[in-house]
Ligand binder design. Structure first.
Ligand code: ACO
Length: 402
């Protein structure tokens, strides 16, 4: 079998790379018309291709983002997307070579983190990624959804036309987000796709609070009330909902639950601690239909990542981190409420860089992972301290599809 080579994609090579990607994800057959629509959102920049005899057989892409970590700092991060290998070239190490090149490139660019949404959960663990945020799918049964008297009342909600929304929503997102761990900035290349694809295909409602616009929801109806099932009503499907504060969140949920001829509101990928159920007199009117992994996080620069987040009060803990792919990360780190630094002190806990990603944003407690042998406990006293140090008040959440 001939060898392949991995290198940055050059200008003019986007179309064959896009075709490989599209085919790997079972997208429609390539046409000039389809490519004309996608070309702008598929620049050569930040893409690597695997080439065999001059033909693209694999591709990986990323966009430059900032990701919020506990404490509010945002870190330069690569949002990895557009990964695919031709069906006749899989399981030959093409992805492995692409990932190695991409991670080295992220490190060279000074990016501290890489993050992605995985098509399959079996792919990315070997490259040091692990689940760091999750989302739940909610269904609110409108007929039973009454808001408690003490639930925040929210402000005014207005519907915005598509053209105005395409300008307003990117500005509003930039002003109110990222506002909790795991959320990311949405750079122009992301909006190139989302302006038409996400905003343009949904109804848009904007919430105004005491200080102006502070939240929005994009949604579309699915099914409609019919003569056959007059009691059923439509389902409103929430595609994007962001709020700067709980008042705005309550106002947007109240709006969705008030729309006429609707039987239920369905919202995939909501934060694990979305409080909508707690605002209702009957919390079971808000059903959890599913729980999904969302962000797969990779710490590219462990010392900078550990130093950048805040920690809760507890005794210091020394972690020994192992990273076979980026060995500069391997070593011992002293984590304390005042910060995290490299150390030569003996470690209380030892873990792989993938497991570190699971506790980094606060999604999982170290003691739960130690119980599953994902963390080696060398000093049992270190475990409850690590639980306290890494705990966060809110569940981490991404909230941005890419
Ligand atoms: C962030 C995103 O864009 S997610 C989208 C990812 N893309 C897709 O799902 C498109 C369809 N799938 C593909 O294109 C390919 O199968 C890929 C990209 C997932 C994998 O590419 P490959 O070149 O086959 O991976 P590679 O040969 O480097 O495999 C490395 C290892 O991972 C394993 N592996 C790779 N893909 C999978 C998978 N889907 N399920 C289970 N194991 C896998 C391989 O068996 C191999 O294991 P080994 O080292 O023990 O032998």
């Amino acid at each position: 079998m001939t060898e392949f080579a991995v290198r940055p994609l050059a200008e003019g090579e986007q179309r064959p790379a896009f075709d490989v990607l599209s085919q790997s994800l079972h997208g429609p057959v390539s046409t000039d018309e389809r490519w004309a629509k996608r070309a702008e959102g598929f620049p050569a920049e930040r893409k690597f291709g695997a080439f065999e005899g001059g033909t693209v057989i694999g591709v990986t892409s990323s966009i430059a983002t900032e990701l919020a970590v506990p404490g509010g700092t945002t870190l330069p991060s690569a949002a990895v997307d557009g990964v695919g290998v031709r069906a006749d070239s899989t399981r030959r190490g093409v992805l492995t070579a692409l990932m190695a090149e991409q991670l080295a490139d992220c490190a060279a660019r000074g990016e501290v983190l890489a993050h992605l949404h995985a098509s399959e959960t079996t792919i990315y663990g070997r490259f040091g990624y692990a689940v760091a945020t999750r989302g739940k799918t909610l269904r609110i049964l409108k007929g039973r959804a009454r808001f408690r008297d003490d639930a925040p009342s929210g402000g005014r909600v207005r519907l915005v036309g598509t053209d105005a929304a395409k300008k307003l929503i990117p500005e509003l997102y930039e002003r109110i987000a990222p506002n909790s761990p795991g959320m990311m900035t949405r750079p122009p290349v992301w909006w190139n796709w989302a302006r038409d694809g996400l905003v343009g295909e949904n109804f848009v409602a904007v919430h105004t609070g005491p200080d102006g616009d502070d939240g929005f929801v994009l949604y579309h109806p699915q099914d409609r009330r019919s003569f056959e099932q007059p009691e059923a009503g439509a389902a409103l499907v929430v595609r994007d909902l962001h709020a700067a504060n709980t008042g705005a969140l309550a106002g947007l949920w109240r709006f969705l639950c008030r729309v006429d001829l609707v039987g239920e509101v369905r919202a995939p990928d909501r934060p694990l601690d979305d409080p909508i159920g707690l605002m209702l007199t009957d919390p079971r009117a808000c059903e959890v239909l599913g729980l999904e992994d969302s962000t797969w996080l990779r710490l590219v620069d462990v010392p900078v990542a550990l130093a950048a987040r805040t920690y809760r009060p507890a005794a210091p803990v020394v972690l020994e981190v192992t990273d076979p792919l980026l060995p500069a990360n391997s070593g011992r780190y002293r984590v304390a409420p005042e910060g995290a630094t490299r150390t030569e002190e003996p470690a209380g806990l030892a873990l792989g860089v993938d497991t570190l990603a699971m506790i980094y944003l606060g999604d999982r407690a170290p003691s739960r992972l130690a119980a599953l042998n994902r963390i080696e406990v060398r000093d049992p006293a270190a475990l409850p301290e690590a639980d306290a140090l890494f705990a966060t008040a809110t569940a981490p959440w991404c909230g941005t599809p890419f």
